[in-house]
Design a protein around this ligand. Structure first.
Ligand SMILES: [Fe+2]
Ligand SMILES: [Fe+2]
Length: 286
């Protein structure tokens, strides 16, 4: 079944991200930007300002003194983290669907996404990623399967069949999507990333999290960490986003991370608590 044309049209007609988000991305791409520049753009949008402050003051960050200004938040958490918060808040606001008929249970879906987010961040910690860059691992993990939302909402009946046949054949869901349609959820997600001009690193995670060896050298570690986290969360059935058959990570990918699979075992113990703290992100929609 040829779907890619339909999906392109659907994504074309999706709302744009708020203009503030484009400005934020612009600022963080410019190496000479200062915290004051970012502060100026965010504070022009009072709703966004309130959301970012709510996240910064949540148990997720565990900063004990109340943070009441964006400038202070940028100093404490870094330009990059605040940018990620603003962008992901806008994306979740647009993607969190409003109870349309669908095949996937969205609570299970978002639990999978949060689980992959917190696991990716734990991997970042394990492999010694700079604290200011770790948040990107969480956000990338949380958004990796965003393409599924579109397929799930617009092709619910076909998706149910694909999920069931992937399950009975014990193949990873994206392979069955590709076999039945001419596009999988990673390709669908890539169209969304293009439409919204998401950063190259996010676009690569969304496109290549099932084929990390195809990502660029520059983003290979991030993409591979999300791929490992996805495998781990599918194996442990933390949440459910339609796939029960994990993609096995290649030796080369483990080498990229400098880890072996056993290194992830300890993560299981803390994941539920981490998911609970991170679930505040899901209240950011609307
Ligand atoms: Fe996926
Ligand atoms: Fe996934």
């Amino acid at each position: 079944m040829r779907l890619s044309g339909n999906i392109e049209r659907i994504i074309d007609s999706m709302p744009s991200l708020p203009i503030t988000v484009a400005k934020i991305t612009e600022i963080t791409k410019n190496p000479s930007s200062t915290p004051a520049d970012l502060n100026k753009v965010i504070t022009l949008d009072p709703v966004l300002t309130a959301k970012v402050l709510k996240l910064v003051n949540s148990a997720y960050y565990g900063i004990s003194n109340g943070v009441t200004s964006i400038v202070k938040a940028i100093i404490l958490l870094g330009l990059n983290t605040i940018k990620n918060l603003a962008v992901s808040t806008a994306i979740l606001g647009t993607m969190k669907t409003k109870g349309k008929t669908s095949t996937l249970d969205m609570d299970g879906f978002w639990r999978h996404c949060l689980a992959v987010g917190v696991t990716s961040r734990s991997i970042a910690v394990k492999i010694g990623i700079d604290p200011k860059l770790r948040e990107e691992f969480f956000i990338a993990g949380m958004l990796h399967d965003i393409g599924k939302i579109v397929i799930n909402e617009h092709f619910a009946a076909q998706y149910l069949q694909i999920i069931q046949s992937a399950d009975s054949k014990r193949v990873s869901l994206w392979k069955e999507e590709s076999a039945v349609f001419d596009i999988d959820h990673a390709g669908t997600g890539k169209l969304i990333a293009d439409k919204w001009s998401l950063t190259q690193s996010l676009a690569e995670v969304i496109s290549f999290h099932h084929r990390p060896l195809e990502s660029s050298q520059e983003n290979r570690t991030l993409v591979t960490a999300v791929a490992a986290a996805d495998m781990f969360c599918v194996e442990n059935a933390t949440g459910f986003a339609g796939n029960r058959t994990p993609d096995i990570l290649s030796d080369e990918s483990w080498k990229t991370l400098g880890l072996i699979e056993e290194d992830l075992f300890g993560i299981e113990e803390t994941i539920n608590e981490e998911i609970m703290k991170a679930s505040i992100f899901l209240t950011m929609g609307g």
